[in-house]
Ligand binder design. Structure first.
Ligand code: IVH
Length: 668
């Protein structure tokens, strides 16, 4: 234990020094890879020993990672997980173990509750008012995401009814409805952002947004099922009454819960509920069985600090179906990556008809020896994208030949490249039509050209009106009117939208160009650092690699992009056409803190001084060293000294980090 504490202290010191050298001195002492390795070691250490977590730990502040600015929240009572029972026998064993500890369990009844598959949260209420909301974290310490949870429309901000404990933590599960999830993913794809793998990841990710407006736009919901109120008496005696009381206080409670007298009744009801789960508009990954009297919860206690003895999750094996794999097809992405997928004999899995499933990559097809014509196992376990698990080979069955990854691109017949250090394969032709379609659609979404989706891009390509993104800027309404589906108004609108996109800043254009590994964030860093396309074009891979936040892979890809004659030509054309090749200088004069001056004093809970300064400046404000009457506010952390005194004597407002974050993220 002592060893862990000493190592954590050492890691913090090393990381802090590297951080200081990197951000403040602008003289990196450590490679990104080394920094990441040490950082992860510290994170793991702190996760395993929550008592080692310290307010000054660099794990609280991670530069670009959005979660860096959330405060830690220590739960009043640890947030537990649940043991699983995969069949009736395991459920009976659970009951017998409990009955040996407490005979009463045999006759006390159980509640059955749908187990929502989302992100666990804890909501603190003081005198019936929602004051703090936190993620589960490691169960002991989570992240304070109050501002985000306030955007979850069905969380009560003030309780109704009566009888609530003066202070309590209400536990629940934040989730995406299936329909909402599909909408959000659809929108993300349209915007060229990666789709969420499943509603659970989407819920967790949405909760950890720095900007609560983003969380709000996602449309999260919640179901609540548990209360902790140490030191206070609850106004109910059973779990069943608690669920009813939660409802009366204004919390959403999953409506299919029920009370059963014993396990025999439980089995029958669980069978019914299992059939119900796929029909619900939210993901559910089992049924939670709970001993009904709350008094027995206290007596049964927990196993370690991990799982209560009084509850268990009855899980169902993920649904797997066997069907025939008719054909292996390949889709070419905008980076030229070849994405193999299976065309299946349609099969129903979890209430949805599945006719295609991803095969991920060629290595996987080879490792599992998946062949055309095989019977294969397909699953859709919570994941939205169905996947092929592997072939089911009957003895003596005749199979087709092993699948051979293509040498030639299925769309344009160019050579396929298999980079040694990657699992993905790529079409070598930058002008591959498959790739061009995807890249123009991506370009249009990134440049915010409304009304230019797959269908229209395909039509433009087919009519040979467009071969690359530069051609878009030469389109006139006349061109479009010749195409099906365009009228006078829509043709003008699209041309206007295309022309308007010329003003997008360099960062947006760089992202829109779809350079391999360059996401929206990387493009911003590049544009801010170089300022102009020309400066970036003339940079070496080494110079690019030295930019904080840009790694080797991005540097190589960017350099390679500009090295290619075809790309240089494209850029020349875009330049002539009048696209903006510059990044506006920071946000001075704009942003929510424009014209405001702040002084920072003391140690803030999660932001370093440098980070807080960066945040204020990015929002258009200034940071100065001394307090004067003109100072907008003093941001105060722990151990603040004379500046706080001076602020008070001058009557300058004093705010904390949370308030600063709120102001900096407000819309101007
Ligand atoms: S009871 C002490 N009830 O499942 C309370 N959990 O795998 C223990 N969950 O962390 C949890 N629906 O986030 C409980 N009706 C329900 C639930 C539920 C979803 C989640 C919860 C928990 C996880 C355990």
């Amino acid at each position: 234990m002592k060893g862990a504490a000493a190592r954590a202290a050492e890691l913090r010191r090393l990381l802090e020094r590297a951080n200081y050298a990197y951000y403040v001195l602008d003289r990196p002492e450590m490679s990104d890879a080394e920094y990441d390795r040490l950082f992860r070691e510290l994170q793991d250490l702190e996760a395993a020993h929550p008592e080692l977590s310290a307010p000054d730990s660099p794990t609280h502040r991670i530069g670009a990672a959005p979660a860096s600015a959330f405060r830690k929240h220590r739960h009043l009572v640890p947030m537990l997980s649940l043991a699983n029972a995969f069949n009736e026998a395991e459920l009976a064993e659970w009951k017998d173990r409990n009955a040996r500890l407490l005979a009463e369990v045999r006759t006390s009844g159980y509640t059955l509750e749908v187990k929502i598959d989302g992100a666990a949260v804890s909501l603190t209420y003081d005198d019936a008012v929602f004051v703090t909301g936190a993620t589960r974290g490691n169960g002991v310490v989570g992240e304070d995401v109050t501002a985000n949870l306030r955007t979850v429309v069905d969380i009560p901000l003030r309780l109704q009814g009566k009888g609530w404990p003066k202070r309590m933590e209400v536990r629940g599960e934040v989730y995406f409805s299936k329909s909402r999830f599909e909408k959000v993913n659809h929108e993300r794809e349209r915007q060229g952002e990666p789709a969420f793998a499943n509603p659970r990841n989407a819920a967790a990710g949405s909760l950890r947004q720095l900007d609560p407006k983003i969380t709000r736009s996602r449309g999260l919901r919640i179901f609540c099922f548990h209360v902790e109120a140490p030191g206070y008496k609850l106004p109910v005696d059973t779990q069943h009454e608690l669920l009813e009381r939660l409802t009366a206080w204004g919390f959403p409670v999953e409506p299919h819960h029920r009370l059963v007298p014993d396990l025999t009744a439980a089995h029958a009801e669980i069978t019914k509920l299992e059939a119900l789960l796929p029909t619900l508009d939210y993901g559910a990954d089992g049924i939670v069985v709970k001993v009904n009297p709350l008094r027995l919860h206290a007596e049964l206690g927990t196993v370690g600090d991990r799982e209560p003895r009084w509850a268990i999750a009855r899980k169902f094996a993920p649904e797997v179906r066997v069907t025939k794999l008719k054909e292996i097809r390949i889709n070419v992405g905008r980076t030229g990556a070849l994405n193999p997928y299976a065309v299946l004999e349609p099969v129903e899995i979890g209430g949805v008809t599945v006719s295609t499933a991803t095969l991920h990559n060629f290595d996987l097809i080879e490792a599992k020896d998946i062949r055309e014509g095989d019977w294969v196992e397909v699953t859709r376990a919570g994941e939205v994208i169905p996947q092929v698990l592997g072939p089911v080979i009957k003895k003596g069955a005749r199979r087709s030949r092993p699948y051979k990854p293509p040498d030639r691109c299925p769309v344009c017949k160019s050579k396929v490249e298999y980079p040694a250090d990657e699992v993905m394969a790529y079409c070598s032709n930058v002008s591959c039509p498959g790739r061009i379609l995807e890249s123009i659609v991506h370009f249009a979404a990134a440049m915010d050209i409304r009304g230019l989706g797959y269908e229209r891009v395909r039509a433009l390509l087919d009519a040979k009106l467009v071969k690359d993104v530069a051609d878009l800027y030469e389109l006139t309404p006349m061109h479009l009117l010749a195409l099906e589906g365009f009228a006078e108004k829509s043709a003008h609108q699209l041309v206007e939208a295309i022309q308007a996109s010329k003003r997008q800043p360099l960062s947006t254009l760089l992202y829109a160009l779809g350079i391999r590994h360059v996401g929206a964030q990387g493009a911003k860093l590049l544009a801010r650092h170089f300022g102009t396309m020309k400066a970036l074009r003339n940079a070496t891979a080494e110079t690019i690699n030295r930019i904080p936040g840009i790694g080797e892979a991005i540097a190589q890809a960017v350099f390679g992009f500009f090295d290619e004659a075809k790309n240089r030509k494209l850029l020349e054309r875009l330049d002539k056409l009048g696209l903006n090749f510059k990044e506006p200088a920071a946000t001075e004069g704009r942003g929510p803190l424009a014209g405001k001056t702040y002084v920072i004093t003391g140690t803030l809970p999660s932001l370093s001084r440098a980070k807080a300064k960066e945040l204020i400046e990015a929002a258009g404000g200034h940071v100065v060293d001394s307090v004067s009457k003109k100072t907008t506010a003093v941001v105060v952390g722990a151990d603040a000294g004379s500046k706080l005194e001076r602020a008070k004597s001058l009557g300058v407002p004093v705010i904390d980090e949370a308030e600063l974050l709120r102001r900096a993220h407000r819309k101007p």
